[in-house]
Each structure stands twice: as C-alpha cells, then as structure tokens.
Design a protein around this ligand. Structure first.
Ligand SMILES: Nc1nc2c(ncn2[C@@H]2O[C@H](COP(=O)(O)OP(=O)(O)OP(=O)(O)O)[C@@H](O)[C@H]2O)c(=O)[nH]1
Ligand SMILES: [Zn+2]
Length: 212
C-alpha cells in the first residue's frame, strides 16, 4: 500500500476504521496516541487526511502529553530543591496562581486560580516552587477537590510547616460548553491542614488576605 493512502479496515467490533498511515516525510511523535486520535477524527465524521487535520493527531498527542505531564513530576523533589532555613514565623501567602487542568469525567479543561498559604516552622520554600506544585497536580486528570487537597498535603508533608491552606477557584468547561451549560458559576474548594484546620483565627487571617 502506498504511503499516505487512506484505507479502511474492519475492526473486531465490526466498525470500519481508517488506518493511521504516516507518509515517509511525516513527523511521527507517538504512533499509538496518534493512531487513536486519527480514529477519533474518523469517528466524529471528519477526514483526517484533509490539509488542516493532517498534523492534528501529532499536535493532540503532544498537547495531551503536556497537559498530563504532572504524572511524571514529583512535588517532593520540587519542594526539597528550594527549602531554606529561615527564622520566619509569620504567614506566607502566594495568591492568584493560575492553573489549567482536565476534569477526569469529561477530559475537558477546568481552570482558575489557586491561593496557597503556610505558616513556616524554621524553613521557607522558594515561592516559584509553590506555583510549580500546583502545576504538578493540575497537569493530570483531576477533580477540583482532589487537586486542592493534593497541593495541601504535598506542602504539609515536605515543608515541615505548622500549617498549610489552599483555596482553589475554578470554572469547569464541562459545565459551560455542554451538559448543564452554566457560563458564570465558579467552584470554590479549600483544604486546611495543621494550624489552619485547628485555629479559626489563623484561618480567618488567611481568608482575610484573600479578601473573603
Ligand atoms: N465534585 C466534582 N465534580 C465534578 C468535577 N468536574 C466535573 N464534575 C462533575 O462530575 C459529574 C459527572 O456526572 P455524570 O452524571 O456521571 O456525568 P454527566 O452525565 O456528563 O453529567 P452532566 O455534566 O450533569 O451532564 C458532573 O456533575 C460534573 O459536573 C470536579 O472537579 N469535582
Ligand atoms: Zn467534567
């Protein structure tokens, strides 16, 4: 069969599927993923060979690798790479950390901001690492509540802090583009650990800094 020829085959389930046939010149990134995306394009009634879609399987494979790259990252390594001994006891807050994640039910994006606070106990962490930890857990298939608690747990476990607070505010495109189709609702989730959980004043101070 000449390269780049569209053909169909009958799968064991009885469906016809176009084969993924890259040309010799065509860049291949991840054949298995590209094959699946090629099949999906066919299933939704598109022509994967048309000009605009030829590189789409490759682009989508790369995009999904990036959007799920958090599975291969370690929050512990990120935090431990920039822990500094400092005699600081006051609350530290990094606010408005933007993130993009994928809901595990529909694999559609949800996105918004995370606000992270902690009470140091002799050590501070590089501020960028807090945002990196958010990305570690956002770049996976998620539910918002789990993302929130995973960020809190990672910081609590590896920072040795007196307490950690995480608030996440997000819009879910699976509630906007489809399904219930509500454009303006946002979801707020929180995870309080250590002093933030046990002491209402500490929690209130944190919420006050967030303007809530
Ligand atoms: N708790 C929680 N629910 C989520 C999150 N992302 C999506 N969902 C919800 O997951 C649920 C899945 O419900 P199902 O009834 O199984 O799926 P569905 O038929 O597509 O539901 P609809 O979205 O209502 O059309 C929906 O209510 C979504 O809104 C999340 O981060 N946290
Ligand atoms: Zn969803």
């Amino acid at each position: 069969m000449p390269a780049n020829t569209k053909r169909s085959r009958l799968t064991t389930e009885g469906h016809y599927a176009d084969s993924f046939e890259p040309t010799n010149e065509q860049e291949v990134y991840d054949p298995r993923k590209e094959h699946l995306i090629h099949e999906m394009l066919t299933e939704i009634g598109e022509d994967p060979q048309r000009q605009g879609l030829k590189r789409t399987p490759l682009r989508v494979a790369k995009a999904f690798d990036f959007l799920t790259s958090g599975y291969a990252m370690s929050a512990e390594e990120i935090i431990k790479a920039a822990l500094f001994e400092e005699d600081v006891r006051e609350m530290v807050i990094v606010r408005d950390i933007e993130f993009y994640s994928l809901c595990e039910h529909h694999m559609l994006p949800f996105f918004g901001h995370a606000h992270v606070g902690y009470l140091p106990n002799g050590k501070v962490v590089g501020l960028s690492k807090i945002a990196r930890v958010v990305d570690v857990f956002a770049r996976r298939l998620q539910v918002q509540e789990r993302l929130t608690s995973q960020v809190a747990n990672a910081l609590m476990d590896h920072l040795g802090a007196h307490g950690v607070a995480v608030v996440v505010e997000a819009s879910h495109t699976c509630m906007m583009m489809r399904g219930v189709q509500k454009q303006n609702s946002t979801t707020v989730s929180s995870a309080m650990r250590g002093t933030f959980e046990s002491d209402a004043r500490t929690r209130a101070e944190f919420m006050g800094f967030l303007g809530r």
